[in-house]
Ligand binder design. Structure first.
Ligand code: IMP
Ligand code: MG
Length: 170
């Protein structure tokens, strides 16, 4: 397998800083809950939350595709957040949006918990694949072409999450 550097550590750092400035501004005096999506978003989420100047709760959620039913958008929960989301301003933090199914499912879940607002912050978005999906993601790190990427939390069969940069795996 061939790994090619795609987005440098320096570029990621600069982008995370920009995103956190905007998020801190938008959530000023709001009851914010950051909901990181495990495992992929753990590194992005920990860099992000340490630079957000607004006090917030940090919790995690874990889901995976329900084999055989993927096209229906059905996923199964492996971990639910402990924090009560009712009347909270929830920011879901994802590593990457590919088909958009995971994020659609997660937004629906957060809304069902009667959150005051639900927004999405994703480090990466594969834009061209999302032409058919209503495209309402609030904070995006980088829009990328349809590559399989690893690093900075993203994996291939559990490997490469620890890389400080994002690479294309071929
Ligand atoms: P979606 O439901 O199709 O948007 O897929 C989202 C999930 O698929 C992400 O949270 C990742 O875990 C995984 N995924 C999609 N594309 C990639 C990739 O290029 N590299 C690593 N994981 C990916
Ligand atoms: Mg993920």
């Amino acid at each position: 397998m061939n790994l090619k550097k795609y987005i440098s550590e320096k570029k990621i750092k600069a982008r995370v800083k920009k995103l956190t400035q905007k998020i801190s501004e938008d959530y000023k005096s709001k009851d914010l809950v950051i909901l990181g999506v495990l495992n992929g978003a753990v590194i992005f989420c920990s860099d992000l939350c340490r630079q957000i100047s607004v006090n917030h709760h940090l919790d995690f959620i874990k889901v995976s595709s329900y084999k055989g039913l993927k096209s229906s958008g059905t996923l199964e929960f492996h971990l639910l957040p402990k924090v009560d989301l009712k009347n909270k301003h929830v920011l879901i933090v994802e590593d990457i949006i590919d088909t958009g199914l995971t994020i659609k499912f997660l937004k629906k879940y957060v809304k069902s918990q009667k959150a005051a607002t639900v927004r999405v912050c994703s480090l990466l978005v594969k834009k061209e694949k999302l032409a058919h999906v209503k495209n309402d993601f609030d904070y995006i790190g980088f829009e990328i072409d349809d590559h399989f990427v690893v690093g900075y939390g993203l994996d291939y069969n559990g490997s490469y999450r620890h890389l400080p940069y994002i690479g294309i795996l071929k």
